[in-house]
Design a protein around this ligand. Structure first.
Ligand SMILES: [Zn+2]
Length: 605
């Protein structure tokens, strides 16, 4: 790198715990163990309450309130420890002390959830009148949306005993498969042109200018995953086999479709998902045009999968590189175009050392935003290399962080948004930065770089993300019959890519089922369409910016603050009077994507 990026910040989490040896950690764990013992008896009494909901009402309502508060309190304490440890292992995957703490806290979480199963069933089964009595409490009242959302899945509930068994078994069953994947990924050794490196570093080469090196790195990552293909194949078969079995057990009264479950988790309707995917499929040629333009700019006939994350091929190979503080200043100025407070927020994240961006050994790949539940402070993790793509990633994560920040005065229960709306603020942050860069760039090269970013996003969202969705859908369908072999995983991925990319790449990435971590997240399936949803949803909101002028910032904040209290359908109906169940809404956003790809094509000529 010819730009000095040594000004990258390293996060300072000492306000949370001094270190992993901080006696506070042990104290919280020990107290939680005692608290769990103390509430266990009260919680188990709900087994009996369930047998006679009417007779025991008054007493049960009070007990439910007490237990819900306790669970909430313990959850906040323990999850703060978990987040702290996760921060440590992101920077150093080999940190044994952090892993030890995680493995002692994880069972407490699991016990807490398991012991509260009868209480959750109680909340699901009581009538509306009793529910409103339970909600008549200073803290519990904040759980109203959460409860009503939960009660929508009542038809798929099992008995208290069965639910408890699933909870208990999933810790070392379902979730350990996801953990195994993370362990393999964190320890993966990639050899690029004779040089050994971790996955994070090899992945970062895919975002660099040298096309030959990118291809070498992509092939090396692929080979590294091929060494573990049987393991990852088992992981995917096990995760999906587990889910299919669980869904079928839950389908006694009514069939539980895996996409219904996913849509419920995403706070959207199946109709919304269908409209989203159909509109995108009808418009996938916009993504193809972006790929064709990107190939043209590279002077090649077709792009390879190693090109889809590449920086703009600027003449003489001199894409502008941004120092870390320079990137923060730029993002801050771009955020300020919406509101000064948002601009100041980006500077605050930098000044407080709430971003960890400096390269380390055994570092996790990717970027994420997290928050400490107790202190309500956000943190951003990424590996910064100075490219414009990286500046956009930083803007993305800071967008997430801002979303958390504007909700920090609300009760934390009211801030739990679904993964679909989770990507709203992040992509909004990206869009602000791209727009700002385009308007303020002084030369053609800079403008081209932004247009390139737009094209790359269009191709990623209109081809890559839907291909992942299609792969997972086909995986589940096939897994219903039997476990898939490695070669079936590959052909399924190949088919999904061909469906969405058409003939616009020189080859397909048939190992993506292994290299994309999202397929191996144990807690949720289909973590792919939320990105597409967030991208188009956010563009749809961005499109309202000029229409609402000075009132827009207020409206935007209201939307962000409502993300934890309503589903996405109601959210847009309430604030914009539009229906996201109709293709028309999505077409509006896709038209914006079309415009930006057309702008890219014009610059190419
Ligand atoms: Zn995100």
């Amino acid at each position: 790198m010819n730009k000095d990026i040594s000004d990258c910040t390293v996060w300072d989490n000492s306000s949370i715990f001094e270190s992993l040896e901080d006696p506070k950690i042990n104290k919280i764990i020990e107290e939680s163990i005692k608290d769990l013992e103390a509430i266990s008896e009260k919680a188990s009494k709900f087994e009996n309450v369930l047998n006679d909901l009417e007779a025991t009402q008054e007493h049960a309502v009070r007990n439910a309130q007490e237990l819900l508060c306790e669970r909430h309190r313990i959850y906040i304490e323990l999850s703060t420890i978990m987040t702290y440890c996760h921060c440590v292992t992101s920077v150093d995957a080999k940190n044994e002390e952090a892993k030890k703490i995680v493995s002692s806290v994880a069972p407490l979480f699991s016990n807490l959830m398991k012991m509260m199963t009868p209480l959750d069933l109680y909340i699901k089964r009581i009538d509306e009148e009793t529910l409103s009595k339970v909600l008549n409490h200073e803290i519990i009242k904040n759980m109203d949306f959460k409860f009503s959302h939960m009660r929508k899945m009542n038809d798929f509930m099992l008995s208290s005993g069965e639910e408890k068994i699933i909870q208990g078994l999933s810790r070392d069953g379902l979730h350990n498969w996801g953990k195994l994947y993370s362990t393999i990924a964190a320890n993966l050794e990639v050899v690029v042109a004779g040089e050994k490196m971790g996955l994070a570093m090899a992945s970062s080469i895919l975002r660099q200018a040298d096309r030959k090196k990118r291809e070498a790195s992509w092939r090396a990552i692929k080979s590294a995953w091929e060494l573990h293909e049987e393991s990852v194949c088992s992981i995917l078969n096990s995760l999906n086999g587990w889910r299919i079995e669980e869904n079928s057990s839950r389908s006694k009264h009514k069939k539980l479709h895996y996409l219904d479950k996913s849509c419920h988790q995403s706070h959207i309707t199946r109709k919304t998902l269908n409209s989203l995917m159909e509109s995108t499929f009808e418009n996938r040629t916009i993504g193809h045009r972006a790929l064709i333009g990107m190939a043209k700019a590279n002077n090649v006939e077709l792009l390879g999968p190693w090109d889809i994350l590449s920086p703009a091929p600027i003449q003489e190979g001199k894409g502008k590189l941004y120092g870390f503080k320079e990137a923060i200043d730029l993002i801050s100025e771009a955020f300020s175009t919406l509101s000064p407070a948002m601009g100041e927020f980006a500077q605050m994240m930098y000044k407080n050392n709430w971003i960890d961006a400096r390269e380390t050994d055994f570092r996790s790949p990717g970027a994420y935003c997290t928050k400490f539940a107790k202190q309500r402070e956000p943190r951003v993790f990424m590996t910064y290399d100075g490219s414009m793509g990286n500046v956009i990633t930083l803007a993305h994560e800071l967008g997430h962080a801002y979303h958390n920040w504007v909700m920090r005065d609300m009760h934390i229960i009211k801030t739990h948004y679904a993964m679909t709306t989770a990507e709203t603020a992040s992509i909004f942050g990206e869009t602000l930065v791209r727009d700002y860069l385009y308007k303020n760039s002084k030369n053609k090269n800079d403008q081209f770089e932004i247009a390139w970013q737009d094209a790359e996003s269009a191709a990623a969202m209109l081809c890559n993300v839907p291909a992942r969705f299609e792969f997972e859908r086909q995986l589940v369908e096939q897994r219903k019959k039997r476990a898939l072999s490695v070669s079936e995983m590959k052909s399924t991925m190949n088919n999904a890519w061909t469906l969405w990319y058409g003939k616009n790449l020189s080859e397909m990435d048939d190992m993506m089922w292994a290299s994309k971590l999202h397929f191996s997240i144990s807690g949720l399936g289909f973590y792919n369409y939320p990105y597409l949803f967030g991208y188009l949803f956010s563009l749809g909101i961005y499109a309202q910016k000029d229409l609402h002028g000075n009132n827009f910032n207020d409206l935007y904040l209201k939307i962000l603050r409502d993300t934890g209290s309503m589903n996405a359908v109601d959210l847009i109906d309430k604030h914009f009077g539009k229906s996201i169940e109709e293709k028309e809404f999505w077409q509006g956003s896709l038209d914006i994507v079309n415009k930006s790809v057309t702008r890219f094509e014009k610059l190419l000529n």
